[in-house]
Design a protein around this ligand. Structure first.
Ligand code: NAI
Ligand code: MG
Length: 357
């Protein structure tokens, strides 16, 4: 297969971790006989420094013409000046919007080798493997907002709006993913209180009944879900929910594996290129020191294989290689828990070695 991949290394540790992920893509291409072409473009603080814009038009154009995008991270103290005209994060928000990336996917998968890094007990979390679909471009975060009155009686409001097509498209994506996994989908809402949730629930039920009758489907209220996630996380396979509920639940869930440097994410739209990145930020405290854990970004390349290129075997091979290096006891400083730690590049070497044996 031929694919045109855009790399957006960004700021801080971004260039270091993307460099290791690119090596993984190169060995996968060689092993499975694919032709991947790469081009790197500017985003974030480095783009502000070089062209005064956190998302130059040239980057947007390259992304739109690509098959998939791999992003490192953006931001850092250098660009935190509150009087600045623009911020690195503006580049990230704009690229999501330009590409219509309405679905944010966050897998919460526990690596058995790192089980002791979790704040929860082994018997609760062992075997956890959840894929969240968070709606990313609608709901209360994008609703009309304002204030009225002043002083002691001032009030503020923010509207939550969801439309039928917005619910249909994300439920479809999540249901398709469920079919490739354990065939179970849970929709999370607050239909006992909120009108947009009642719409969400009825639309989701119709889509599931008409288009995915073979997928096991259930609904859970968001407050219950917050409890179930830390009480019985193993019981969930694919979870779909709105923007705000997903924001909160995915942050809660990301603590189950207990290590920020291990978690990838994807943002998908309808058909066009997807954007893949680690969930962590630019880690300015360790940037340039060779300490960063590249595994979240490497796991993001596995998601890219699976969701943008349809290459499931390649995705599983990358995930297997990551498990194998962990099983060998290799750890970067963030997951070493005081034991011996290896560098960013040495971790990249180890994954590449697994893939070339
Ligand atoms: P952060 O995720 O960059 O760092 C939090 C802590 O985790 C730090 O101690 C860092 O050293 C460590 N860490 C993060 N990733 C790591 C990795 N791969 N290996 C080893 N250790 C790792 O979050 P923080 O410090 O709140 O934000 C730093 C900058 O990143 C800010 O400018 C923030 O706006 C930006 N940011 C960007 C995101 C993105 O590009 N998607 C997401 C989150 C934050
Ligand atoms: Mg959040």
């Amino acid at each position: 297969m031929k694919a045109n991949l855009v790399l957006l290394p960004g700021d801080g540790i971004g260039p270091e971790i993307v460099a290791q992920a690119k090596r993984v893509l190169e060995v996968i291409a060689a092993r499975f006989d694919h032709e991947f072409e790469y081009s790197s473009h500017l985003i974030g603080g480095i783009a502000i420094d070089q062209c005064g814009d956190p998302l130059p038009q040239e980057t947007i154009d390259a992304c739109k013409q690509s098959d998939a995008i791999l992003l490192g991270a953006v931001g850092g103290p250098k660009w935190d000046d509150p009087s600045a005209k623009t911020r690195p994060e503006a580049g990230l928000l704009k690229i999501r919007k330009e590409l219509g990336l309405f679905a944010n996917l966050r897998p919460i998968k526990l690596f058995d080798e790192l089980i002791d890094a979790s704040p929860l007990r082994r018997d609760i979390i062992e075997g956890t493997d959840i894929l969240f679909f968070r709606e990313l471009t609608g709901g209360i975060y994008f609703g009309e907002s304002g204030r009225s009155g002043s002083g002691d009686t001032e009030s503020a409001y923010q509207m939550m709006v969801y439309s039928v097509p917005e619910v249909e498209r994300i439920v479809r994506l999540a249901a398709k993913a469920a079919k490739q996994r354990d065939n179970r989908l849970t929709s999370v809402d607050k239909a006992n209180v909120l009108e947009p949730s009642r719409l969400w629930r009825s639309v989701a039920a119709r889509v599931m009944k008409e288009e995915f009758p073979e997928v096991q489907y259930d609904v859970v209220l968001v407050d219950s879900m917050a409890m179930h996630l830390i009480n019985r996380p193993r019981d969930f396979d694919v979870v779909v929910t709105g923007n705000m509920f997903g924001d909160i639940l995915t942050d809660e869930a990301s603590m189950l594996p207990g290590s920020l440097g291990m978690l990838p994410s994807a943002s998908l739209g309808d058909g066009g290129p997807g954007l893949y990145e680690p969930i962590h930020g630019s880690a300015p405290d360790i940037a340039g020191k060779g300490l960063a854990n590249p595994l979240a970004t490497i796991l993001a390349t596995a998601m890219l294989m699976r969701h943008s290129l349809g290459l499931n075997t390649e995705a599983e091979t990358i995930e297997w290689a990551v498990s194998a290096v962990l099983a060998d006891g290799l750890r970067t400083a963030d997951i070493a828990r005081g034991g011996d730690a290896i560098s960013t590049e040495a971790m990249g070497d180890a994954v590449v070695a697994q893939l070339t044996v």
